[in-house]
Design a protein around this ligand. Structure first.
Ligand code: HEM
Length: 86
């Protein structure tokens, strides 16, 4: 998982916010409810939701974004879909 720029144990970069507890976050990037569907959408096109933010469109396929989302779900306690906004 060294490709991840954010701070996950083992990743070095500091460009984006830490993702250690991302599955417990209510909002993604402050604007999207933290659901698996929204996580996939964010990963596929972060500029669509927060134009001009530093996270580039990485041209991820649906499968790639689903796999990354599944991994992020494993980071600490899962709260996807059970908290905050609906
Ligand atoms: C597979 C690679 C990546 C994953 C899984 C990922 C994941 C995420 C997630 C889940 C967020 C929302 C975090 C939050 O709400 O606190 C985020 C935000 C962000 N990411 Fe990434 N990211 C990736 C690649 C990148 C890259 C390559 C960059 C920049 C070089 C980057 C820069 C940022 C920045 C600056 C934000 C904050 C955006 C904002 O709040 O407006 N990310 N990323």
């Amino acid at each position: 998982m060294r490709l991840l720029p954010q701070k996950i144990a083992g990743a070095d970069g500091l460009v984006g916010p830490p993702l250690d507890f991302i599955s417990r976050r209510i909002y993604l990037a402050g604007v999207l409810c933290n659901t698996p569907q929204n996580m996939m959408a964010w990963l596929q096109d972060p500029q669509k939701f927060v134009p001009g933010n530093a996270m580039p469109n990485m041209n991820l396929s649906e499968e790639q974004s689903r796999n990354i989302t599944a991994y992020l779900c494993t980071l600490k306690i899962m709260r996807f879909g059970r908290h905050g906004c609906r």
